[in-house]
Design a protein around this ligand. Structure first.
Ligand SMILES: [Zn+2]
Length: 344
C-alpha cells in the first residue's frame, strides 16, 4: 500500500510500504477513508522535532474495518470507525479513570508504528482505541467531515475548555487562531460561555472564529493583548485557553487570567523553560490542561456532531488525495491553509 513517509526536513514522500497485518489478537486492520495533517506534524516537517528517516506520519484518521483479530469484541468487519490521536487499551487504571492519554499500554500513531496518512492501518487495542460511527451516518460526506476533527483538534479544544472550567456565563479568552484555538472557541460556546475573546492575527481565521462564537477579536500582540483583555474584562478572563504552545503565549495566558481562575495549556509545547510562576503564585492562578484524553470525549462529542449541534468542519479548508499530502504539508507550513483533510 501507499503511505506518507518522513525522509527529512520538508521532505515527506508517498512511498510503497508493506500492507498492515494483524499481529496481536486485539488488533484490527482498517482501510483509511479520511486522514488529517496536524499542526503538530509541522514540528517534524520543519525539522524541529527530529524523526528518523522512514518513519510514518499521521495520527488523525477514520476508516472502515476490513479485518478483525480473534479477541476483538466490539468492532466488526465493515464498521466505520473513528480513532483518537492516541492508542489506548480501554481497561487499565488510567483508562478507567477517564485519562486514556496516560494508558499504560498507550502508543502513538506514526513513527515506527502505523501512520494515518496512508491507505490502511493496523490498530492495536482496537476495542479500547476505536469508536464505531453509527450506521445512520452512512456515507454522508458532510457529516463525516464534521466528525473528523474529533480525532484531535476538536477534542483538544474541548479539553482546554473543560479543564479551564468554562461554564455557562463564563468570560473566556482563547489564544491562537489555528485549528485548536478555533475549536476552543466552538467548545467554549458549546459550554455556554457568554463572552469569548479570540486572540490571533489572521483575518480569515478570525472571521471563522467569529462564526464559531467569538464575541471579541483581539489582534494586538503580547503585552497589549493582555492589557486589552484585562481592561475589557475588568481584571482578566475567567478561563483562558492557551492553544499555541510557546512560552510567550503561555505567559500572555497567565497574565490575562483573572485572579483565582484557570488557564489551560493545550498547545503542543516543546520547551524546557517554565512560564511565569510568580503571577501564578500571587494571583492563585491554576495552570491546567495537557494532552487531551480524546478517546474519553469522543462518544459525547460524536453525539453532538450527529445531532447537528456541533460542526467543526470549516477548519478543514483544504482537501487532498494521498499524492497531494506533501503539497498539503507545504500549504500548512506557509499558513495558506488552516488544516488539510486527506482522502487516501
Ligand atoms: Zn489504558
Amino acid at each position: 500500500m501507499r503511505a506518507t513517509v518522513y525522509h527529512g526536513s520538508r521532505d515527506m514522500r508517498i512511498d510503497q510500504v508493506p500492507d498492515p497485518r494483524i499481529s496481536a489478537p486485539t488488533d484490527v486492520i482498517a482501510r483509511i477513508t479520511h486522514a488529517g495533517i496536524c499542526g503538530s506534524d509541522l514540528w517534524s516537517y520543519r525539522g524541529i522535532y527530529q524523526r528518523k528517516q522512514g518513519e510514518r506520519m499521521g495520527h488523525e484518521w477514520m476508516g472502515i474495518v476490513e479485518e478483525v483479530g480473534a479477541e476483538v469484541r466490539t468492532i466488526k468487519k465493515g464498521d466505520r470507525v473513528i480513532s483518537p490521536f492516541l492508542i489506548s487499551d480501554g481497561t487499565c487504571e488510567f483508562c478507567r479513570e477517564g485519562l486514556p492519554s496516560s494508558c499504560i499500554h498507550g502508543e502513538r500513531w506514526g513513527g515506527s508504528n502505523n501512520g494515518g496518512q496512508a491507505e490502511a492501518i493496523r490498530v492495536p487495542y482496537a476495542d479500547g482505541t476505536l469508536v464505531v460511527i453509527p450506521k445512520s451516518v452512512e456515507d454522508d460526506e458532510q457529516l463525516l467531515k464534521a466528525i473528523f476533527p474529533l480525532t484531535d483538534v476538536m477534542a483538544t479544544g474541548h479539553h482546554a475548555a473543560v479543564t479551564a472550567k468554562v461554564r455557562a456565563g463564563s468570560t473566556v479568552a482563547v489564544i491562537g487562531d489555528g485549528a485548536v484555538g478555533l475549536c476552543g472557541v466552538l467548545a467554549a460556546k458549546r459550554l455556554r460561555a457568554e463572552r469569548i475573546f479570540l486572540i490571533g492575527h489572521q483575518e480569515a481565521r478570525l472571521n471563522l472564529g467569529r462564526a464559531f462564537g467569538a464575541t471579541d477579536i483581539i489582534t494586538a500582540r503580547d503585552e497589549r493583548a493582555v492589557q486589552e483583555v484585562r481592561e475589557q474584562t475588568h481584571g482578566g478572563a475567567e478561563a483562558v485557553l492557551e492553544c499555541v504552545g510557546i512560552l510567550e503565549a503561555m505567559n500572555m495566558a497567565i497574565h490575562m487570567t483573572r485572579p483565582g481562575r484557570s488557564v489551560s495549556c493545550v498547545g503542543f509545547a516543546h520547551m524546557n523553560q517554565a512560564p511565569d510562576l510568580t503571577r501564578r503564585l500571587f494571583q492563585n492562578i491554576t495552570i491546567t490542561g495537557g494532552v487531551a484524553p480524546a478517546r474519553a470525549y469522543l462518544p459525547e462529542l460524536l453525539q453532538d456532531v450527529i445531532a447537528g449541534t456541533l460542526d467543526p468542519s470549516p477548519v478543514l479548508d483544504m482537501t487532498v488525495d494521498l499524492a497531494g499530502v506533501p503539497a498539503g504539508y507545504a500549504a500548512m507550513d506557509k499558513r495558506t491553509t488552516i488544516k488539510v483533510l486527506v482522502h487516501p
